[in-house]
Design a binder for this molecule. Sequence first.
Ligand code: ADP
Length: 625
Amino acid sequence: MFKNREDILQVLSDAVSEGVVVVDKDQKIVSTNASADTMFGYETNELIGQSLNVLIPNNYHPKHSDHFTSFFNHTEKRKMGRGRYLYGLNKNNKEFPVEVGLNPFKLYGETYVMALVTDITFRKDIEENLNIKSEALQAAGNGIIISDALQKDNPIIYFNPAFQELTGYSSEEILGKNCRFLQSDDTDQDGITKLRKAVKKGKSCQVTLRNYKKNGTLFWNELYINPIKNREGLITHYIGIQNDITKRKNAEEERNYLTKIFDNSLNEIYVFDFKTLKFINVNYGAQKNLGYSIEELRNMTALDIKPNFSLKKFYRISAPLRSHIENKVEFEAIHTRKDGTTYPVYVSLEMSMLGERKVYIAIILDITEQKNYTQKLEKTVDLRTKQLKTALENEKELNDLKTKFLSLVSHEFKTPLSGILTSSILLSKYIRGDQQENRDKHIKIISDKVHYLNSILNDFLSIEKLETGKVNYKFTSFRLSKVLNEVVYNANMLLKEGQHVIYPDNIEDLVLVQDERTIELALTNLVHNAIKYSPEHSDVTIKIAQNLKDTVFEISDSGIGIPEMDQKNIFNRYFRAENALTTPGTGIGLNIVKSHIENLGGSIHFRSKFQEGSTFILSVPNIAH
Ligand code: ADP
């Protein structure tokens, strides 16, 4: 079938996909196959007889000749170029990368070399491309890892220097591990759950995790993972890109924290523009107290909420800030709420920069409470001052009364005593038997005055008893008529010329269960006063009425009356009205009566008109309790 052995060789060498170029020891091409001809762009047999140099770029010729000579001295089968890229030259003078295998052989005593040439243009492109990508990964600022999804637990098979720098782990500690080692014990994180879900579904995802460096320091890792699939759609790898956002996160947290302080502050905080005075930001507390939303406030100026503030006033107050004399000015003002109500505030105003913008910051304290407290305090002080004044006046009044009392007492004692003295001197002069009438007159005077002195002394003692609470009331059942008769009988002895006591005669049935002596003392006092403070030829009227509960006595006279201005003091101890001073008296009687009657559960009051007369009304319970 084959004419000769060369034909067989040719068929064989054409069947080889590599280019086959056979040269002799003089570097002359003796044979090529079809692949070689196509690769270098020649026609069949066109290369035969040509120098090998036509297939080699010019700049390699000298070196190549040296190599060829030395190769011929030690012929052995090997690859050419020792790992370096080799280049071939085609007929159009274009270089292309090649891989060359050298196969020396001997034929008929001659040595030949068969070069097997492969065009590696395509492979070199891929290799270079890969190299660039790998360099890029290596040089990236973000930490990058690649894990093998086909192996159990997704072990890391690649990491770049940035990853190592970020985490501080050594290559042994990283390679072959699942990247969860970065979580340390802090595994309860929302991001981790999200990440697991994405991996399960074979999807890419971005999460922010709390991760830990080898030295334990926390860093916020913004992790982006992306699955890599092969042609069949099977996930073979995961690529993870880590971004350390700790600084950003911290700044964010700090900002959040400051925002919280701003909003939660008990103070109202306002930030407004330096020029327009329009609000830029207002904290929550202020919005709440004012009743405006932030949107509404942004259309308002600081003056809109201060009813008493003109622009001129604001400029005057803030002048020290604008001229940089002060860092802060403080003043009180009034704020108006959206509903029109107002509240007092204490303002601390500063100038500041919001980025490039000049602003005012006002920190404001609602001082309503404080003001209320101060007002309350002032009111209390006023009240106490008034009380003190009254107490002082009372004290003064008491002092006056005491002085009055002393002079009264001395007068009240002196007058009857001197009367007694005079009568006793005169008495000693009436020695004759027919002068009995005169003697009797003086004896009566002496006895009356002694009685009078005795009654004054009793009054004083009564005061003492009432004051020390030593009065013992003795409650008995008695007829009113009995007491009344006693009172009227004693009163009759004091009556002035033409005076009469008119009293009811139909009271036989009236009975009281009371302290008889006290009732008698009270009535005596009132009747004696009525006689004492009314003129000759006038009547003193006693009326008595009894209902189921109380008995009411009315003692009226047409006497001097009590001046309007003195009426309020009439029951005060030692008090005597202006118009009563010429009449003997101590100012004790009514005071004692009132105390006793009130002790017995009764009451006393009066009606009186100056120079017309008085009526004293006494009411006591029928039965003491
Ligand atoms: P005294 O009569 O000893 O002064 P009282 O306590 O009995 O003391 O009375 C107090 C004062 O009340 C009298 O000083 C007098 O100014 C006034 N007064 C009391 N009763 C009458 C009365 N019937 N008419 C006018 N003034 C009276």
